[in-house]
Design a protein around this ligand. Structure first.
Ligand SMILES: [Fe+2]
Ligand SMILES: [Fe+2]
Length: 158
């Protein structure tokens, strides 16, 4: 049940999110490669906003770490597979919290980490970019610097 405050905060953030401005779109393009960009822009506006907020937090702390900035920017790329709006996401997350059966489309939302990681591995993104997409709701994977991981998790609002 520790994830309830996180779910409430993310829902509130999503409801308030606004589309990226042209200047912000240029900022994103400067960090991404061609194949990644097309995935990024296929995300819903609220996911683009969340990703940029995370990336800017990293860039403010460690401007030279483009690998971490890119990991933050791309970590939720798998959410686009479910095509779920805010209501569906809250419902899927609530069912998962209650350990109740989840329909397959909602399951894709809950599995967005592994789906996004597969997309990014296919585009040959750096290991930390793939690892953070896969495991951004969990503990530090082996081979990853714990301080890098905790900064990424903090930027994601964990
Ligand atoms: Fe996520
Ligand atoms: Fe996230």
């Amino acid at each position: 049940m520790r994830r309830i405050p996180h779910l409430a905060r993310r829902t509130f953030e999503s409801l308030r999110s606004r589309p990226l401005t042209p200047t912000e779109q240029e900022q994103v393009s400067g960090w991404l490669r061609a194949g990644e960009e097309s995935l990024f822009w296929r995300q819903q506006a609220l996911d683009q906003r969340h990703a940029l907020n995370c990336a800017v937090l990293i860039a403010d702390h460690l401007p030279g770490r483009t690998d971490l900035i890119r990991a933050a920017l791309l970590h939720d790329i798998g959410k686009r597979h479910s095509h779920l709006g805010i209501g569906g996401r809250v419902a899927a997350s609530s069912l998962a919290l209650l350990r109740l059966p989840v329909p397959s489309r909602w399951r894709r939302y809950l599995d967005h980490g592994s789906l996004g990681a597969a997309d990014l591995a296919g585009l040959e993104a750096e290991p930390i970019v793939v690892a953070f997409a896969a495991g951004h709701h969990g503990g530090v994977p082996s081979g990853v610097d714990p301080s890098d991981w905790s900064l990424l998790r903090e930027a994601d609002g964990e």
